[in-house]
Structure formats: C-alpha cells, structure tokens
Design a binder for this molecule. Sequence first.
Ligand SMILES: NC(=O)c1ccc[n+]([C@@H]2O[C@H](COP(=O)([O-])OP(=O)(O)OC[C@H]3O[C@@H](n4cnc5c(N)ncnc54)[C@H](O)[C@@H]3O)[C@@H](O)[C@H]2O)c1
Length: 269
Amino acid sequence: MPDRPGPQIRLDGRKALVTGGASGIGATTARLLAELGAEVAIADIDEAAAEASLRETGARFHVVGDVANTEDVERMVDEVRKRMGRIDLVFNSAGIGDDLVPVHAQDPDRWQRVVDVNLRGTYLVCRAAGRHMVERRSGSIVNVSSIVGLGAFPGRSAYGVAKAGINHLTATLACEWGPFGVRVNCIAPAYTRTPMVRSLLERKIFDPRVIERRTPLGRFAEPEEMAQAAAFLLSDWASYITGAVLPVDGGWSVYGAAGDVDKGTPVKA
Ligand SMILES: NC(=O)c1ccc[n+]([C@@H]2O[C@H](COP(=O)([O-])OP(=O)(O)OC[C@H]3O[C@@H](n4cnc5c(N)ncnc54)[C@H](O)[C@@H]3O)[C@@H](O)[C@H]2O)c1
C-alpha cells in the first residue's frame, strides 16, 4: 500500500497529459491539476485555443494533433514524454458530440468520425502513454465517458456507442495493467456547462428545464465538478480504485421513476 496521502489531494511532482485541454472539462481539469502541483501538458486539435488555454490553466506547454490519428498520438505522447521526462497521469477529455439524428437518417462517415474521436482517440492515447506506465510500473489514467454511455439516448447512437466502449475499454485496461501498478478509471458526466453544451443550448437543441427536472440534484454540472472527480481518481487518494466508471451526474443515471423527479417521487419536503 502506498503512503497515506496528505490531508488534501496534492499532485506535486506529477507529470500530467490532458487531451482536449484547450476547452471545457479538459481545460478546467488541466487548471485544477496544475493548482494541485502537477506539471501539465495539453494535447488538442485546436492550436489557437490550446495556446490561449496555457495562460488560463497554468499548463506548461501544448502539443497539437488529432487523437483519432495514430501517428499524431504517438508524436504528441513522445514529445510530452521528452519534454517532461515521463507521464504519470493522463486525463482523456478530447471528444466531439454527434448530430442528434436517428440511425436510419445518419451519415455513416459522420458516425465513424464521432466513434473515432471519442473511442479510438481514448484507446490510442491510453495505448501510447500506458505502454510507458507499464514499463515504469506506475501511472493513473482517467477517461471521459458520459451518461449517454450508461443508457440509450435516441439520436445519439455514435456518441453512445463510443462512450459505452470507453467504459469497457477502461475495465479491460484496468485488468490488463493492474498487475503493473497502473490504474485506469473513467468519469461519466451528465450535462455540464461547457462550450459544447452552451452551443447546444444556444441552438435550442434541448430545453434546459427538462434536463433540470430529470436530474435529482436539479441542475446542470459545472466543469469544476468534473475536474474534482478526475483529480481524485488520478491521485493517490484513489490508490485502490481501478476499472471504475464514476457517474458524476447529479443522480441522473440512478433515477428510474416516470417523468420529472419531483413528480415521479411521491415525497414532499
Ligand atoms: N459537456 C458535457 O455536458 C459533457 C457530458 C458528458 C461527457 N462529456 C465529455 O467530456 C469531454 C469534454 O467535453 P467538453 O464539454 O469539455 O467539450 P469542449 O468542446 O469544450 O472540449 C473538447 C476539446 O476537445 C478537443 N478536440 C476535439 N476533437 C479533437 C481531436 N480529434 N483531437 C484532439 N482534440 C480534440 C477540442 O478542440 C476541445 O478543446 C468530451 O469527451 C465529452 O464527450 C461532456
């Protein structure tokens, strides 16, 4: 068993790679990891946003590439390893949403791209960084799934398949790499106020009140709440946790009654 962690989560001296670190949950998590003492590198496809995010997050540098592309991932992980000496922690936040169309109306190429960025991207980054963690017998990875990977959402087949795949990938890697001291976990966020969700709200793709009424905690999540869960799982505070899919969803995934939370539950405060 490792030494008991201090009174609060600290990541001093840890070298962290955050994919999708230019925006949203990735950027917020990069900032928290840096605040907790880690040296952070950001990997993102959007160079300008990644550059801008360095100032906001306190990350040391960024690398640019597509997580769905094998050569890009090998190059980015290699560069981060060379510049930081090693990678202790990985947070896989790079992802894209889908088109909200039913399967029979879906463009198969678009379906494939959503699966590739979310699932293949997570797989490739785990593979490239995890290889060295296995050699060093140490490391901690947190992947990003979604409530859409826990239950079916009509119109979101590509994203749902990818996120469910990330849950299974996380479990498989936890079993393969546990004997080498490498932990792999996953958070499953519900609706979180990031640029991805704000653009859906602005385009009136969904009504926020419907989601708030369906959520036991009655509100959207803030990106900080995802970062806190990720920092915990990445840290030694979670030293005996591997293969977990942690819903960070205000109770969304455990709600099983009909309709709105307050109407489906005959309980008055
Ligand atoms: N926001 C939510 O409500 C929510 C809910 C559940 C899960 N998630 C997941 O959280 C993660 C982050 O989402 P977010 O809301 O912060 O989104 P976001 O759009 O704010 O950030 C995603 C980042 O990933 C980068 N990215 C996209 N494609 C990439 C690629 N091919 N290669 C490298 N980088 C790429 C983008 O440039 C961006 O910086 C995603 O995996 C998303 O599926 C988000």
